[in-house]
Design a protein around this ligand. Structure first.
Ligand code: HEM
Ligand SMILES: *[C@@H]1O[C@H](CO)[C@@H](O)[C@H](O)[C@H]1NC(C)=O
Ligand SMILES: *[C@@H]1O[C@H](CO)[C@@H](O)[C@H](O)[C@H]1NC(C)=O
Length: 494
C-alpha cells in the first residue's frame, strides 16, 4: 500500500526543494531560537545527534531510515527522536513501546496528516479526504467487503485466474517471477475487486489507467501532491477517466437491479452510511482505487519473496509440496476457502516471508497529545504532542528478543508450541499493522497468495536461476530489486 511515507526517498528525489526548505528553517531557527528557561521534569526521549548539526540527521535519513535505525537502536534504545527539518519524528521500536501507536484513538494519534498525499490519487470524499466519522464508516465498508462470507466467493475466481494464467506458460521455460506474479495479481484483483465488466471488457484500459495513477505517486508527491509536474497531470487525467468508466458501470448495475455479482464493487454499491445515505459513484470509485493501491503491489511482492524462499530452502519446499499432496489425496483437485485454510505449512511460509520483508517499511501517525511509554529496560519517556510518531515493521519484525535468529527464514517459528509472534505480546508481528488500523485485507492477501502458490507447487518444478533477490529500498512499496529468474518445468501427474 502506498499510503506509507518514506521520508528518506522523498528527500533523495527532491533535494532542491529540501535545500530551499532547509535554508528557510535555518533562518527561522536563528531568528526564533531563544534559550529556553523551562526545565522539563519528565524525561523526553533521547534525540539523535548527528554531525554536522541540523543537516547531519538529514543526510543520514536520506541514506535510508532503516540503516539509521540499525545504527541508532543499539545506542539510543527503543524510543528516540529524530529531528528532521521542522519535524520531530519519534520512533517507537518493539512490542513493549508500541501499544499506544497501534491502539490510540484518532483524537490522540491520527493518520490523516501523514497520509493525505493520497487524496489526488484516491479522489475526493474518500479515506484521507473524508472526515473521521465518514472515514470510519468507509473502513467498515472495506471490512464488510472482506468478511469471510465474501472471501469464500473470491476463491473460485482467484483459483481460475491462476489456472488460466499459468496454462499459458509452456512445457518448460524461464520467467521473471516478480513480473509474472505482479501481472497475475492485477488480473485477480480486477476480477475480485473491480468486477466482471472491467476484467472482461475493459481490462487493458483500466490497467493502463491504474499504471498512470501509480506513476503519479512519486516520492516528491508525498510532500507536494499538487505540484504541477507531468506525472501529476497524467495522474489527474487517469483518475478522471477511471471515474467516467466506473460511473457507467455503477449506473448500469444500479439500473438493471442485478445483484448477482459478488465482488467488491457490488459490496461498495450496496454499502450504506448509518444515516441511510447510499455511496455515490465517486465514492465507490475512490474506495476501489484505495483497495487496489492497498493490496496489489503488497501482495505481489509477498508472493515473490515466498517463492524465492521456497526455492532456496528445499526443506520447506518439500514440506509445502507434501502438504499439497496430502490435500489432493483428501479432496482431489478441488480448492475452496476451507481447503485453502488447511494449508498451514504454506501459510507459515508466506507469513515468514512477510515478516522478513514487509513491503510497507514505515508506519506513521501525527500525535495530538502527550503520552508515556515504558521500555523493556523500565525507562519511561514522555513523547510531547506535535511529534510525528513512527514505527518500522522491517526493524521491529527482526528484534532478537522477540524472534530467535531473526534473520533466518524459519516458518516453524509460528507453529503451535513456538508461536514467537505471540510470546512478546500483540505488537510483535506488524507487517500488516496491528490494533486499530490493522490491515483489513490480510485474509484476502493470504488467500490469494495461497491460491497462486498451491497451483504452482502442484503443477510445476521450479528452480531459482538468479541469485537470491535483494531488497529495492528505493521503491514506495518496498519489494525485490531486479529480476527473479525462475526456470519452470510442467509436472505431469499420472
Ligand atoms: C501482503 C499484502 C498486504 C500488506 C503487507 C498490507 C499492509 C498493511 C499495513 C501495514 C496496514 C496498516 C497501515 C497503518 O497502520 O498505518 C494496512 C492497512 C490496510 N490495508 Fe493492507 N496490506 C496488504 C494487503 C491488503 C489488501 C489486499 C487490501 C484490500 C483489498 C488491504 C486493505 C487495507 C486497508 C483498507 C487498510 C486500512 C485499515 C485501517 O486503517 O483501519 N490491504 N495494510
Ligand atoms: C508521564 O509520567 C509522568 C511521571 O510519572 C507523569 O508526571 C506524567 O503526567 C505522565 N504523562 C502522561 C501524558 O501520562
Ligand atoms: C521538537 O522538539 C523540540 C524539543 O526537543 C521543541 O523545542 C520543538 O518545538 C519541537 N518541534 C515541533 C514542531 O514539535
Amino acid at each position: 500500500m502506498k499510503m506509507e511515507v518514506y521520508f528518506y526517498k522523498v528527500l533523495n528525489m527532491s533535494s532542491v526543494v529540501i535545500v530551499v526548505l532547509f535554508l528557510t528553517m535555518v533562518v527561522t531557527k536563528l531568528i526564533t531560537s531563544l534559550p529556553s528557561k523551562k526545565k522539563k521534569s519528565v524525561r523526553v526521549p533521547p534525540v539523535l545527534q548527528a554531525w554536522p548539526p541540523l543537516i547531519g540527521t538529514l543526510i543520514r535519513f536520506m541514506k535510508g531510515p532503516i540503516s539509521l535505525l540499525r545504527e541508532e537502536y543499539p545506542k539510543l534504545g527503543s524510543v528516540f527522536t529524530v529531528k528532521l527539518l521542522h519535524k520531530n519524528i519519534t520512533f517507537l521500536i518493539g512490542p513493549e513501546v508500541s501499544e499506544h501507536f497501534f491502539n490510540a484513538f484518532e483524537s490522540e494519534l491520527s493518520q490523516k496528516e501523514v497520509y493525505r498525499f493520497n487524496v489526488p490519487t484516491f479522489g475526493p470524499g474518500v479515506v484521507f479526504d473524508a472526515d473521521y466519522p465518514i472515514r470510519m464508516e468507509q473502513f467498515r465498508f472495506f471490512a464488510d467487503a472482506l468478511k469471510v462470507h465474501n472471501l469464500r466467493g473470491y476463491v473460485d475466481p482467484m483459483v481460475r485466474e491462476a489456472a488460466d494464467y499459468f496454462s499459458k506458460w509452456g512445457e518448460s521455460g524461464e520467467v521473471d517471477l516478480s513480473v509474472e506474479l505482479e501481472r497475475l495479481i492485477i488480473l485477480t484483483a480486477s476480477r475480485c475487486l473491480l468486477g466482471r465488466e472491467v476484467r472482461e471488457q475493459l481490462f487493458d484500459d483500466v490497467s493502463a489507467l491504474f499504471h498512470e495513477l501509480d506513476n503519479g505517486m512519486l516520492p516528491i508527491s508525498v510532500l507536494f501532491p499538487y505540484l504541477p509536474i507531468p506525472a501529476h497531470g497524467c495522474r489527474d487525467r487517469a483518475r478522471a477517466k477511471l471515474a467516467q468508466i466506473f460511473s457507467k458501470i455503477i449506473a448500469s448495475r444500479k439500473r438493471s437491479g442485478d445483484k448477482s455479482e459478488h465482488d467488491m464493487l457490488q459490496c461498495f454499491i450496496d454499502s450504506k452510511y448509518k444515516d441511510g445515505r447510499e455511496t455515490t459513484e465517486s465514492e465507490v470509485t475512490g474506495l476501489l482505487i484505495a483497495a487496489l493501491f492497498a493490496g496489489q503491489h503488497t501482495s505481489a511482492i509477498t508472493s515473490t519473496w515466498t517463492g524465492a524462499y521456497l526455492m532456496r530452502d528445499k526443506h520447506y519446499l518439500l514440506a509445502a509440496k507434501d502438504e499439497q499432496k496430502k490435500l489432493i489425496e483428501k479432496h482431489g483437485d478441488k480448492i475452496n476457502y476451507d481447503i485453502l485454510s488447511e494449508m498451514d505449512v504454506l501459510f507459515r511460509c508466506i507469513k515468514e516471508a512477510l515478516r522478513l520483508h514487509p513491503p510497507l517499511i514505515m508506519l506513521m501517525r501525527a500525535s495530538h497529545s502527550d503520552f508515556n511509554v515504558t521500555t523493556r529496560e523500565g525507562k519511561t519517556y514522555e513523547i510531547p504532542k506535535g511529534h510525528i510518531v513512527a514505527t518500522s515493521p522491517v526493524f521491529a519484525n527482526r528484534l532478537p528478543h522477540v524472534y530467535k535468529d531473526p534473520d533466518n527464514f524459519d516458518p516453524d517459528r509460528f507453529a503451535p508450541g513456538r508461536e514467537e509472534d505471540k510470546a512478546a505480546g500483540p505488537f510483535s508481528y506488524i507487517s500488516l499493522g496491528a490494533g486499530r488500523h490493522e490491515c483489513l485485507g490480510g485474509p484476502f492477501a493470504y488467500m490469494q497468495i495461497k491460491a497462486i502458490w498451491s497451483h504452482l507447487l502442484r503443477n510445476f518444478e521450479l528452480e531459482l536461476m538468479s541469485p537470491f533477490p535483494e531488497t529495492d529500498w528505493n521503491a514506495m512499496v518496498v519489494g525485490v530489486k531486479g529480476k527473479v529468474m525462475v526456470r519452470y518445468k510442467r509436472l505431469h501427474v499420472s
